[in-house]
Structure formats: structure tokens, C-alpha cells
Design a protein around this ligand. Structure first.
Ligand code: HEC
Length: 262
């Protein structure tokens, strides 16, 4: 293509040499044309290379530090995507992480789903496709809900914290308030921010471990999502909010499971 002009039409690179246009797919330019089209493709899944133990450590450190730049969703995505930019490049280099900052604080501060889990789902979907993304997110949420967090201890903590807590739910409001009550601090304290930074690192690790196993073919759905096991979308711990009087769900379960039902 040296000396020729390059034009992009419909995402396919056309090489023009001295007035005669060579259209990708005809003759010698086809390989270059195919490669260019493949490099530009944004179809899922995107190319993925398994993270080594060192890659995971690096993703965790970036996730923790990035929390202080763009909060939880941005933190998890930064940790994973930054390493993928280096290892794989391609479409990850043009991925606009900042487009997902809004999901912090349980979506723009409304205390709904913890933003780390949104980041986990996006990264898992990019690396394994939309079905894999949903399956992996289901497992990440179970880990998040059932585990005393945070686990990660950074080299450069921004505050000293000691409390760990089990959220029992993916809900930001419950998760962060349970932890703050245990640590005895309020929202936007240095301690709470440090906790959410460490939590982002924990979620980044779990997500990458599950993406690795998905790519290996060893990933297993351990439990269906509540929507399919309980017959209603839920955070599983009905009695946490309803006490002993859990209202019966309007329609009994039995819908086809999108997760684990195949
Ligand atoms: C995070 C708290 C929370 C959890 C966990 C939760 N619910 Fe609810 N649920 C609510 C709130 C709040 C309402 C609305 C109550 C109202 O406005 O009267 C509600 C409403 C309902 C309703 C509508 C009928 C009614 O009486 O309001 C049903 C049915 C229900 N929940 C079932 C469940 C089941 C089953 C589970 C567990 C699988 C569950 N919920 C888990 C908070 C929760």
C-alpha cells in the first residue's frame, strides 16, 4: 500500500494505487482488507488472553487506585481493560471506560446495584460474549453477596480500615451501610472510599478468574440467578427486608431459565 492513498468505505480499507482502486476481496489486497476489517470488528466476544497471576495483581492495584478517579464501575473496568489494552490491544484501546462512570453509587447515587458489579458484567461480556457475561455476572454477584469483604490490601492504602462485612445482596445501599456501621464511619469518609476501592479490586479479581475459567471451558454455573430459582427477580434474602412476612410472589416461578437452564 506504500505510496497509495487509503480510504475507508463502510469500515473496509480500500487502497488506491496510481488511480486504479483495489477493492478488498479482489486480488492481492484481500488479505490486508480482511485483517483491517478484523482489527476494526467490535463483534463480541473480543479477543482475550488469559490473565496470569501477575496480571491479576496489576488489575487489582489499578482498580483500587482508579476508584479515586472515577468511583466503582470505572475502577473495575479500568483494572481489567487497562491490562487488556496492554496484552491484547485492538478494540480495548478504543473502549470508552468513562461512559460507565454514571453507574457509581448504585447508579448515579441511587443506591441500587453496586457499580462494581456493572463493571464486572461489562468486562465479562466483552471478553466472553453476552451470554458468558450474564453467567459470569451471576457468579460474581453471589461471591460479592456471600463473602466478607474487602479482602484486598493495597500497597498504598489511602486510609486504614479494619472492618469486613457480608452484604448478603448486590444492593449498594445495604452493602455500604452495613460496612460503614461496622467500621463506625460515614459516607464519603476516607475509610468508606478506601473500602469501596478495595472492594473494586476484589470484584476485578473474581471477574478475571471467572473469565479465565470461561475461556478454559471449566466455568460452571453453580446456582441459577434468583429470577429463575425464586420465580421473581430478587436479591435472594427476602427476610432481610420483609422479616417473617415475606409476601407470596404474584406468579409462581417456572419460567425458562436463561442461566443454567441449558
Ligand atoms: C432489599 C429489600 C427487599 C428484598 C431483599 C426483597 N424485597 Fe420484596 N419488597 C421490598 C419492598 C420495599 C417492597 C414494596 C413494599 C411496599 O411498597 O409495600 C417489596 C414488595 C414485594 C412484593 C409485592 C407485594 C407486597 O406485599 O408489597 C412481593 C411479592 C415481594 N416483595 C416478594 C419478595 C420475595 C419473594 C423476596 C425474596 C425472593 C423479596 N421480596 C425480597 C423489599 C425487598
Amino acid at each position: 500500500m506504500s505510496g497509495g492513498k487509503l480510504a475507508t468505505i463502510g469500515g473496509v480499507v480500500l487502497a488506491s494505487t496510481g488511480g486504479i482502486g483495489l477493492i478488498a476481496g479482489c486480488g492481492e489486497s484481500s488479505t490486508a482488507g480482511t485483517q483491517a476489517a478484523a482489527a476494526e470488528s467490535t463483534d463480541l466476544p473480543w479477543p482475550y488472553e488469559k490473565f496470569t497471576a501477575a496480571d491479576i495483581d496489576r488489575a487489582q492495584a489499578i482498580a483500587h487506585d482508579s476508584w479515586f478517579e472515577g468511583f466503582c464501575t470505572y475502577a473495575v473496568l479500568s483494572g481489567i481493560i487497562t491490562v487488556l489494552k496492554e496484552k491484547v490491544g485492538g478494540p480495548y484501546e478504543r473502549f470508552p471506560i468513562e461512559a460507565f462512570n454514571f453507574a457509581h453509587g448504585g447508579t448515579a447515587g441511587w443506591g441500587a446495584t453496586c457499580g462494581t458489579l456493572i463493571g464486572a458484567g461489562i468486562a465479562a461480556s466483552l471478553a466472553t460474549g453476552s451470554k458468558g457475561g450474564e453467567e459470569i455476572t451471576n457468579e460474581v454477584i453471589r461471591f460479592y453477596s456471600d463473602t466478607e469483604l474487602p479482602i484486598y490490601v493495597p500497597d498504598d492504602p489511602k486510609a486504614q480500615i479494619s472492618a469486613v462485612s457480608k452484604s448478603g445482596t448486590p444492593v449498594c445501599h445495604i452493602s455500604v451501610n452495613k460496612w460503614m456501621a461496622k467500621q463506625g464511619v460515614g459516607f464519603l469518609s476516607a475509610e468508606q472510599m478506601e473500602r469501596c476501592g478495595r472492594l473494586s479490586a476484589d470484584v476485578a479479581r473474581k471477574t478475571v478468574e471467572l473469565i479465565n475459567s470461561h475461556v478454559d471451558g471449566t466455568f460452571k454455573v453453580l446456582e441459577k440467578a434468583p429470577a429463575f430459582s425464586l420465580g421473581t427477580p430478587a436479591q435472594t434474602n427476602c427476610s432481610a427486608c420483609h422479616g417473617d412476612n415475606v409476601p407470596p410472589v404474584p406468579t409462581p416461578g417456572g419460567g425458562e431459565s436463561l442461566i443454567g437452564g441449558h
